[in-house]
Design a protein around this ligand. Structure first.
Ligand code: HEM
Length: 241
């Protein structure tokens, strides 16, 4: 299976770094053991292609919690709602994992996507400031799966944007921690509303920035946006030697 063990697939389309539309359409999506080929293989950097000529959707990432993987789990806490079963390691795969691998306990998946809320100025600022995942000094990481409530999803785009930024200052708060913290946002709802989470948020940073990352999540969790979070699990990781 395509693997992304010690790094997070630096160079791949990420949070605010969409691949081309063509790249997305020519990928393949494998869900529930069924691989749907949407065209010719994509040549997006880093997306390893499975044998047999079927392309992987380069935007799809699978997170397998279990006994193997490039990241050791140091803690996993339910912030709100149900937790996830305890695991020792996290394995991050750029692509589909059709069936639970040996030693796997849970499997979460999501796709990177286009931005929904940022203005042009905010996006330009982000692009100038943000760092890629997988820097050598980024030995610490967090995977924070999040589900928002039906009330959030019932709102219109402009109503959600007003809460996300005008009231909660999500991006403005987050920007203060860039480039120390690198991030990638995966959307699960774009795969299916039956996924256990709406988003899989992934971050990495140097050991010395662990305290800053704690401050960042604490600042976001008291905002109005977080009143719409009905499930959140905070999984902290260190790179396995
Ligand atoms: C590192 C600093 C951070 C920055 C600069 C940042 C920035 C952003 C931006 C710009 C978006 C919206 C993208 C769009 O327009 O669609 C976003 C979405 C999101 N971020 Fe962050 N963020 C940061 C940290 C965090 C943290 C620590 C968490 C979790 C605890 C988080 C959770 C989310 C979620 C769940 C979304 C999706 C919101 C939605 O679509 O409803 N972010 N972030």
């Amino acid at each position: 299976m395509p693997e992304d063990t010690t790094q997070f697939g630096a160079g791949l389309p990420g949070h605010g770094q969409s691949s081309t539309r063509r790249g997305f359409l020519t990928g393949a999506l494998a869900l529930g053991g069924v691989t749907v080929c949407l065209g010719e293989p994509s040549s997006v950097l880093g997306a390893e292609q499975p044998k047999g000529g079927v392309a992987v959707n380069p935007r799809l990432f699978t997170f397998v919690g279990g006994k193997v993987g490039g990241w050791s789990v140091v803690s996993a806490k339910a912030v709100v709602g149900d937790t996830l079963p305890a695991v020792d390691r996290l394995h991050i795969v750029n692509g589909a994992v059709a069936t639970m691998p040996d030693g796997g306990t849970w499997l979460l998946r999501g796709v990177t996507s286009n931005d929904r809320y940022v203005t042009r100025d905010e996006k330009d600022h982000l692009i100038k400031t943000q760092a890629a995942l997988g820097r050598p000094e980024s030995t610490h990481a967090a995977l924070i799966p999040i589900r928002k409530s039906a009330k959030w999803w019932a709102m219109t785009q402009d109503e959600r944007r007003a809460i996300f930024e005008e009231k909660s200052k999500h991006n403005a708060i987050g920007l203060k921690y860039l480039p120390r913290v690198a991030r990638r946002l995966h959307h699960c709802r774009d795969l299916s509303e039956a996924e256990p989470f709406d988003f899989l948020t992934l971050f990495d940073y140097a050991k010395d920035d662990s305290g800053a990352f704690d401050d960042l999540v604490a600042a976001l969790r008291v905002t109005e946006e977080w009143k719409y979070v009905e499930r959140e699990v905070d999984i902290r990781l260190v790179r396995a030697s």
